[in-house]
Design a binder for this molecule. Structure first.
Ligand code: ASP
Length: 441
């Protein structure tokens, strides 16, 4: 298909100057016919996103407090953009209506959605594209769940004869017109849905970084950009804490086989990161694709002689943990030992109680809970084809005298998860980065 869907994040549209950059990008390629904008984001680090300003207005209204000043700041922000863009547009009527609705307690989601709605009108006017209100085409059910099939039908009907359009991100409406939003960062999801509906050849997601990075830049100085990543790898890395894209943005394009390209509005010449289907076996520059990780885990370590031959042992332990409402991340085991790794926050100070219950049901020889564990995920489709990857990982950690508490490699050979002490986490990430990236450059 000859269509590209382009989504611009809040920092890419934070002021008129940024909007001009985005417009230049759009106009540089006639295939960029469908534009999904976020609300204006931060212009500088202490700035406030328009979405947050709107949430604040809503909170004031809910407490029956005056919203004039708070809402006036939002009006000023948009009017500043309109005048700096030099377009002939007045949003006074919309401002009046929105202010009235917020005062009348139209609610959180309605208030927040207006950031994208207003920005969409401005950007459509500046580009000379048609404006399509997302409430008309993106459908939610009454519980706030998103309805993909209905939405695709509505969108396809609506755009049938449309040459080029701006469809604001982040919100939609129920069949009876009640405005609902996705969770924060949800314009990514709208972009993905629109890409599916128009059968785009690519979904370009323009943001303020030149793609996904191999490691967290707060840990590794100036990390390399990942040039190609598969959806599965992305899921592994996002789950372990790497964020650029909303998690729900993957599904609509993945099912349609549409690649996502993460690009930088402030460096449009950079190719960014391509997110491609899982069967793509184009080999990346490095054996590993990325490293991510999270702190805040605990290990419940259980020992009992001959536990492997005791029928139902694991099930009994797991059902206690389930009763406590604790989710399980990993479960490495030996002949006489079983460890269950779970988020410390979910134990919620009930460690003694949990251990007592496990003692009662399986009478272990020994049980303890160890806190302060970090999990590091080393992800890469290249690992399957390269021998010695695990060896390199553990020798890098051994050289740094980092004690490995747990190892888990999934059957897909897409990732290796290593459990280490929280204090060792940053150093471990740097060592793995050195081993696989710096040494390959
Ligand atoms: N403006 C919304 C937010 O700040 C949605 C988005 O930007 O994707 O979360």
């Amino acid at each position: 298909m000859n269509v590209k869907v382009v989504k611009f994040g809040g920092s890419s549209l934070a002021d008129a100057n940024q909007i001009k950059k985005a417009a230049e990008i759009i106009k540089a390629d006639s295939k960029r016919r469908f534009v999904v904008p976020s609300a204006p984001g931060k212009r500088f680090s202490d700035d406030i996103k328009v979405t947050d300003m709107l949430y604040r207005c809503n909170n004031l209204a809910m407490e029956n407090r005056d919203i004039n000043e708070a809402f006036g700041n939002i009006v000023n922000r948009y009017n500043g953009i309109i005048s700096d863009l030099g377009i002939d547009l007045s949003l006074d009527e919309q401002f009046e209506e929105i202010k009235r609705n917020i005062k009348n307690k139209a609610g959180n989601e309605y208030a927040a959605s207006r950031g994208e709605y207003l920005n969409g009108i401005i950007i459509a006017a500046y580009l000379g594209f048609e404006f399509i209100d997302a409430a008309e085409v993106i459908e939610f059910d009454s519980e706030g769940g998103f309805r993909l099939d209905k939405t695709i039908t509505k969108l396809r009907n609506r755009i049938r004869n449309v040459e080029a359009a701006v469809i604001p991100g982040f919100y939609g409406a129920t069949a009876d017109g009640v405005v609902r939003t996705f969770s924060r960062g949800g314009s990514d999801v709208t972009g993905s849905i629109v890409a599916n509906a128009v059968n785009a050849e690519i979904y370009e997601n323009w943001t303020d970084v030149s793609g996904f990075l191999v490691a967290d830049p707060r840990v590794v100085e100036n990390p390399e950009v990942i040039s190609v990543i598969t959806y599965k790898e992305l899921r592994e890395l996002s789950y372990m804490g790497a964020t650029v894209l909303h998690e729900d943005a993957i599904f609509p394009v993945r099912t349609a086989g549409i690649p996502i390209n993460i690009r930088n509005t402030n460096a449009p010449e950079a190719p960014g990161t391509m997110i491609v289907s899982d069967d793509n076996d184009e080999f990346g520059r490095f054996t590993i694709t990325g490293i991510a990780g999270k702190k805040g885990f605990s290990a419940i370590n259980i020992e009992k002689a001959m536990m492997n031959s005791e029928l139902g042992f694991c099930r009994k332990v797991l059902s206690v943990i389930e009763d406590f409402g604790v989710s399980i991340e990993h479960m490495p085991s030996g002949i006489d030992t079983l460890s269950v790794i779970c988020p410390t926050s979910q134990l919620d100070g009930r460690e003694d109680e949990l251990m007592a219950r496990i003692r009662r049901v399986v009478a272990p020889d020994h049980i303890e809970i160890e806190n302060g564990i970090a999990l590091m995920a080393i992800v890469g489709r290249g690992m399957r084809k390269t021998r010695g990857t695990a060896g390199r990982i553990f020798s890098a950690l051994a050289h740094a005298r980092i004690n490995v508490k747990m190892i888990d490699q999934g059957s897909s050979e897409l990732n290796v998860i290593v459990g280490i002490g929280e204090n060792d986490f940053e150093e471990a990430v740097r060592r793995i980065y050195d081993m696989f990236v710096n040494s390959a450059l």
